[in-house]
Write a protein that binds this ligand. Structure first.
Ligand code: SAM
Length: 301
């Protein structure tokens, strides 16, 4: 029997692997349509495939403690996330990260009977995970009004009534440090870098006075790499994003040593005051440029 190319490969050979195409693109062939037929899925049109791959990879790294945190957090699929099934468990990137974030925190401080304040909670995945796993005394969310409307609705549907009752939703316009009392833990995930510098300083001053521990998970700096998203949101949004927050150095986020170096500035920028120490810090997987730290106020400060 003689073996010939089938119709599928005939087309690839005639188009992507044609001698003319190879000649014209050899210098960059590994990032071109040639290699997208040989070894690499075209990243420009395979976002969901790569996201699900990240989900699989992260799910495969979960510790038994992280699996427990995830398993105890029911109704995670409300809102139709992009998930995978791993060892009988549904897993999306939001909650895979939540399990890792909460595990990082629980290794450093006691969460049972604690009072928590979260600044910028999005739809509430962190609150959902914490209230599903610990007997939290009270959970306060500070956010913009429309985000609060979403988190209020989401959390009322995913949590049971006794847990939901522990949450107070406070709009930024109502934020009044003097009326808020004290908290064992403040949380800020993926949002200080998008706020005005003065606002971040105001929140840090609040945390300094009213909280005893602070978990921060945010970018270590800014980046300007059009190859990542084609700058699809437009130049105006990019220019705005580059100015927000307290860490505005532009770095190469594909370079681990640059990120590690920038993490030193992260720790200085998010330490609420000289009376706080870093209990733990690390790269926060999976995004290369995101760092996490648990700061603790020194006794008596
Ligand atoms: C990118 S989302 C992150 C949400 C959530 N922490 C997470 O990781 O899923 C940023 C959040 O910060 C909130 N936010 C923006 N400006 C804020 C401000 N000045 N005060 C409080 N929250 C703010 C947004 O409404 C949103 O909920």
């Amino acid at each position: 029997m003689s073996i010939d190319q089938n119709k599928f490969w005939k087309e690839i050979n005639e188009k992507q692997l044609s001698p003319e195409n190879i000649e014209a693109n050899f210098e960059n062939f590994k990032s071109s349509s040639i290699n997208h037929k040989l070894a690499l899925f075209n990243p420009e049109v395979n976002g969901v495939r790569y996201l699900k791959t990240v989900n699989f990879l992260l799910a495969s790294t979960l510790s038994s403690a992280e699996i427990r945190l995830l398993g105890n957090t029911k109704n995670r699929d409300l809102g139709n996330p992009l998930c995978i099934q791993y060892k009988g468990m549904s897993a999306c990137l939001d909650y895979l990260q939540a399990a890792k974030e909460v595990d990082f925190i629980q290794r450093e401080i006691t969460l049972e009977n604690s009072s928590i304040i979260e600044i910028g909670a999005g739809y509430g995945r962190t609150c959902h995970t914490l209230l599903s796993n610990f007997d939290i005394e009270q959970y306060c969310i500070i956010d913009l009004p429309n985000a609060l409307q979403l988190s209020r609705r989401y959390l009322s549907e995913v949590l049971g009534a006794p847990s939901f009752k522990k949450i107070t939703f406070i709009s930024v316009a109502e934020f009044d440090a003097s009326k808020l009392g004290t908290f064992d833990l403040a949380i800020n995930i993926d949002s200080f870098a998008e706020m005005d510098k003065e606002v971040v300083h105001e929140y840090l001053a609040f945390i300094d006075k009213h909280c005893t521990a602070f978990y921060a998970k945010n970018p270590v700096g800014k980046y300007y790499d059009q190859s990542l998203d084609g700058h699809s949101q437009g130049n105006e949004v990019i220019e705005l994003a580059l100015k927000q927050g307290v860490l505005t150095d532009i770095l190469d986020i594909d370079n681990q040593s640059e990120v590690n170096e920038a993490s030193k500035k992260f720790l200085l920028a998010y330490k609420p005051s000289a009376h706080w120490t870093v209990k733990a810090d690390s790269w926060a997987v999976p995004f290369s440029y995101i760092w996490q730290s648990l700061f603790a106020k020194e006794n008596g400060a």
